[in-house]
Design a protein around this ligand. Sequence first.
Ligand code: ZN
Ligand code: ZN
Ligand code: FE
Length: 756
Amino acid sequence: MRKRFLVNVEGRVQGVGFRPTVYRYAVEHGLSGFVKNVSTGVSIEVEGDEKSIKDFLCYLKYNPPEQARIAKFNDEEILVKNERGFEIIQSQHSEDLAAGMPPDLAVCERCRSELFAPDNRRFKYPFINCTNCGPRFTIIQDLPYDRERTSMSSFKMCSVCSSEYNDPMNRRFDAQPNACPDCGPVLNLIDSSGNPVSGNPLSVCVQLILDGNIVAVKGLGGYHLCCSATNDNVIRKLRDRKKRPHKALAVMFESIGEIIDNCEINETEKHELLSYARPIVVLSRKDASNVSKLVSPDTNDIGAFLPYTPLHYILLSQTEPLVMTSGNMAEEPIVCDEADLKNVLSSIADYALVHNRPILRRCDDSVLRIVETKRLFYRRSRGFVPDPVKLGLEGPSVLACGGELKNTFSVTRGKLAFISQHIGDLDDYRSFMFFRKSVDDLLNLLEIDPEIIAFDMHPGYWSTKYALESGVSKKVPVQHHHAHIVSCMAENGVENTVIGVAMDGSGYGDDGTVWGGEFLIADTSQYRRAAHFKQYPLPGNDEGIFHPLRMAFSVIVSEFGSNADLLNSNVFSSISYLDREVLLEMIEKGIRSPLTSSAGRLFDAVSAILGFSGRISYEGQAAICLQNIAKAGVNENYSYSYDDKGAAAVVSFASMFKEIFEDIFSGIEKSCIAAKFHNTIAAAITDVCVNIRNTEEINKVVLSGGVFQNDLLLKLTVNCLNSKGFTVYSHSIVPPNDGGIALGQAVVALAKSRYK
Ligand code: ZN
Ligand code: ZN
Ligand code: FE
């Protein structure tokens, strides 16, 4: 008997070839009806004999397009319409499409095999793509996502490409960036003065890289600086020119096999590396690896990733592993256009491999680590943006401006929060321009007119100034660590009151001091500071952060006085007599030495005591070095004290510092001391949580803040809390660092609007 069904599918089902797949399956099952995009996903009506409909539904459910993620699949019987044929209905309403703007997708297997098939018309064509793969987010000018609103609009498809594009049975049906050597973008190689280099751009480029040159290579969301990862000299040159002496550089490998040769890797990591997002995954280096140690001088890790554009595949098939790092100076935004390329070319790169498909939206590579089996993001960007995060509450649209460092911002619509790509450090003027442009861009694209603007309480943040000057009248300041905790609650779907543990570098406290080792009793709309780490003066304020040894000096002076013997130990011998006098005066009189409870500074101080005596060259360097030396299998910890007489309890580490020095003087290995320190922080966090639970009866603990990028501390803390029966939540969707706080700000603003 003839029947008709209405089917609604939710999830990532737009811009990923869902409609043509439905079309093909429907035609194959002899069904009539239509498929169209709607605001919630895809809506299908199918009509035919009952068995065919059931087969069709089952087939679709279990064989969706590769890129689709089905979150909900509903079907119900409706009245028969007796129409003929099956149709793909084009969307008109941009509102229907906004939710479906997909991230950039790595080359799919079928395109990759065509790329290396000599008889294929796209053999070694570096812009091959199909409905299942290729650029999206970085080439979209406007929605709905159609070729004329992408940076492919200036390329007119040849007749062969255009027949692929228009044939619903073809795997390039509706593939907006579809192109071939006859009609699509082309490569060019230029030298550092911008002059074209003769010869085949790809083969010449390969030779230049093998010869030890640095080449700027145009990628999906910006330029990479690219050089051999096995050649110490060129890496030294790159670090020198980029003014990045120590911070890790990512390495692109040709295949999983090559990664296995160089790194320890488990199944989850393998899966992550091969995913369409192709993030950089931080892995442990194998001793046998021939990758230069200079890619990551501070750790035994390698940030590894696989090719994600056809161009990468072609390059890597002819070279050794390659360093692929963002094409920019230090903390400036990644270069994505020809004007900025000039700066990189004159100062860092020897050559540039360019092409004529414009990048409309910058997007850096994403970086993460797998901890147990969960993602721990350091940077959430390409491949994940603009996939929204689903919230447990909804309300008016919010624009949340994020923090100052590692900025991302967020906009909400209904129950969805869209988090921007990585913007960078806003104290850099170019990054702030990029921030402003990206806010306008995302609001336009999603057609959102925010009613509320949320921002950090720090009066000096550029994101705060932006919010205060913006035309959005309803302004909601959010405390930094409350935002951290709520970001983690939001991604875990937690709404009730929790113990929020924010272990952070720094954030503006509601008492005007610098916070960063915080225990908040929090829900999504409010918080109370239940406990915190003891505050110490940070001599030199923001500049002081660059000098871990000065922080160590400050802690010792604060705990044991300016005449303490410890100050005369070898640990502080690199501080000159003059500097010492200045430091003492600053600390004792509180000159440019704000008090901070920062957990990050505590890691810095201990790292300095164990030998990190210089200036850090990137955020978190001293702590990373400390984690790197911490030995496995050490179970002891140092002592600490807990004082709960005041309004908020205070955890003090005076006895820990005393014991650390005793260990140093008695010749205990630094690796052992570093391990005991990590254990101490995990134990102290757990003790504080137990104390809070005793009075507040809260059993849920939420962990956030930049210090939890330290996977050793994270694992120790989770284990310790679990052993005391706590339910523990940590991050896996946004980073624990300030790249995650925009999500928290947005949710706090929504929650507050609900209670008013
Ligand atoms: Zn493909
Ligand atoms: Zn063509
Ligand atoms: Fe923070």
